[in-house]
Design a protein around this ligand. Structure first.
Ligand code: FE2
Ligand code: FE2
Length: 232
């Protein structure tokens, strides 16, 4: 059981993590295939107040919950790709592709690791479960074949794309310098998740055996995981 830590007094994005915003050579996704799944949600009719406001306790609680679920999600994603990689690493085409996506997930996780530590936000208490479930999902679908592994990636990244878009809409309502930094980080990660989605579709996700059922089960599982991770 993890010790209860006091809630963050203020949201602080570690300087080294904020740097990825200015030094990254990342080019935003061109939004090709993924537009069919996740519409662009970068604007919001609820404009934030024009002058930066101190965070209210309610906003701090919301941010802590967002960061906990994002951290848990990136943890799960890492173990999904780890499971896929364990099975498909020797495939000359798919192996390097999975490795590239996994490398991006490692960065996502390390950024949320730093932000949680900096703000003394309690991580998910279910870490061993997310690791085991992620690895089993990744390895299990990869054992069904490359297409099933890609169907898993497509399903997971679809849910994550929606999830990050939902958060971005909420974060747009808050005008605070650290929240603005967080928004840029999440936007970049969202774009990378959607690139993973596009890769999976291009790599024949839809040719997986039992594609429709597989995708539906994985998507429902991911939505349930997000709901649980926000609380535990
Ligand atoms: Fe990620
Ligand atoms: Fe991803």
């Amino acid at each position: 059981m993890l010790p209860l830590r006091r809630p963050p007094t203020i949201l602080r994005i570690p300087a080294s993590r904020a740097l990825i915003l200015s030094t990254s050579s990342h080019t935003p996704s061109l939004r090709t295939l993924s537009t069919a799944y996740t519409p662009a949600e970068d604007s919001n009719p609820h404009q934030p107040p024009s002058t930066p406001q101190p965070l209210t306790q309610e906003q701090k609680d919301l941010l802590a919950s967002f960061l906990r679920v994002d951290h848990a999600g990136e943890l799960g994603a890492n173990w999904i790709y780890k499971g896929q990689h364990a099975v498909l690493k020797s495939d000359p085409k798919t192996g390097p592709m999975i490795e590239h996506m996994w490398d991006q997930e490692k960065l996502h996780l390390s950024v949320f690791d730093s932000i949680l530590a900096e703000n003394r936000i309690r991580p998910t208490a279910l870490r061993p479960f997310w690791e085991l479930a992620g690895f089993a999902l990744g390895a299990g679908t990869a054992l069904m074949g490359k297409e099933a592994a890609m169907a898993c990636t497509e399903a997971v990244e679809t849910v994550i794309g929606h999830h990050y878009n939902d958060q971005l809409r909420e974060l747009l309502k808050i005008n605070h310098p650290e929240v603005n930094k967080l928004r840029h980080i999440i936007k970049r990660f969202r774009d990378e998740e959607l690139e993973h989605l596009d890769t999976a579709v291009e790599q024949d996700a839809k040719l997986a055996p039992g594609y429709e059922a597989l995708a539906a089960v994985i998507q429902q599982g991911c939505k349930a995981a997000i709901w649980v991770a926000a609380k535990v």
